[in-house]
Ligand binder design. Structure first.
Ligand code: 13P
Ligand code: SF4
Length: 302
């Protein structure tokens, strides 16, 4: 059978929509109804008309979709697709930190569990973190769990940012020396980095943005060669939209294994067996929704 056609047929039959993160394998991106970064996917999940959302990404993303659209059935085709960074902070750990800084608002990266979102004042993504932090009327904030994104934000806000010791194991591996070597090898190349990269890598970036921000930046640039400081999955759309441009990834095998766990076969099985259903306890969901909704309500200028 042509599995891609069959998935598309099943999606229609079951009144389902296929949402995929920019790091998903090429085959999944090709048949998805919508591909995007965490912010784009959250916005999309809040507007879905279909009965079912098949979410190709990692667990916290499907959970966020459910928090926003609890009347939908949200399916995560691979139940073991998690985000190691999201697992670096727990609600209990965050409560402890809050006790040490009473009254200080908490900004949580969307890469967190529903429980952590429920303990936070406002959520953010890599696309809107600076705007979110600036929207708070406080000279001090707690930022969890990504110390690199938090550090990046602290460069642009006139506030003290209390960081959590979390990081993305994939982006944290980017080395400044390696990027400098590539820049030397390709002096005409522009370096675009995701804010999950370490601070010394951000220091040498020509542009810093979310995964979908990379598409926009590259498309609008008249440069021909780019060093990409994020996961290889973005290469699919970059090559498709810019056949005349060249992309070099900041290190070899820049891959998030969790994002690659979802295969066409698993998407097919998810539709046939209607699995794995993602839900969140209603009390937690309502609290987590507040922090996500507060983020979505901020006027967008990006
Ligand atoms: P984006 O929101 O930029 O897609 O980032 C999500 C993520 O997990 C990056 O590692
Ligand atoms: Fe999590 Fe990093 Fe994978 Fe993004 S790339 S999902 S932050 S482990």
């Amino acid at each position: 059978m042509d599995i891609k056609k069959e998935i598309r047929r099943l999606l229609k039959e079951k009144d389902a929509v296929l949402l995929a993160h920019n790091y998903q394998i090429d085959d999944i991106q090709e048949i998805a109804d919508f591909t995007g970064d965490s912010l784009g996917l959250s916005i999309e999940a809040s507007k879905v008309k279909q009965k079912t959302i098949v979410f190709c990404g990692v667990h916290f993303m499907a959970e966020t979709a459910y928090i926003l659209s609890p009347d939908k059935k949200v399916l995560l085709p691979e139940i073991d697709a998690g985000c190691p960074m999201a697992d670096m902070v727990t609600a209990e750990g965050l409560r402890e930190l809050k006790k040490k800084h009473p009254g200080v608002p908490v900004v949580c990266y969307v890469n967190t569990s529903a429980e952590v979102k429920a303990e936070s004042d406002i959520c953010c993504t890599s696309a809107n973190a600076i705007n979110v932090v600036n929207s708070l009327d406080s000279d001090k904030i707690i930022f969890v769990p990504d110390k690199n994104l938090g550090h990046y934000v602290s460069r642009f806000v006139d506030k003290e940012v209390i960081l959590w010791e979390g990081f993305c194991p994939i982006h944290h591996k980017v080395r400044k020396e390696q990027v400098l070597k590539l820049k030397e090898q390709y002096p005409d190349a522009v370096f675009v980095a995701h804010p999950e990269c370490p601070p010394d890598v951000i220091d040498i970036a020509d542009h810093v943005c979310s995964t979908s921000g990379v598409y926009k930046y590259v498309k609008e640039s008249n440069k021909k060669r780019f060093i990409i400081g994020t996961e290889q999955g973005v290469g699919y759309r970059l090559r498709k939209e810019n056949p005349d441009k060249e992309f070099i990834f900041a290190y070899e095998n820049f891959v998030c294994q969790n994002m690659k766990k979802t295969t066409l076969r698993k998407v097919y099985d998810a539709l046939i067996k209607e699995r794995y259903v993602i839900t969140v306890d209603e009390e937690i969901r309502k609290k987590a929704l507040k922090s996500i909704q507060r983020m979505l309500d901020i006027p967008r200028n990006y």
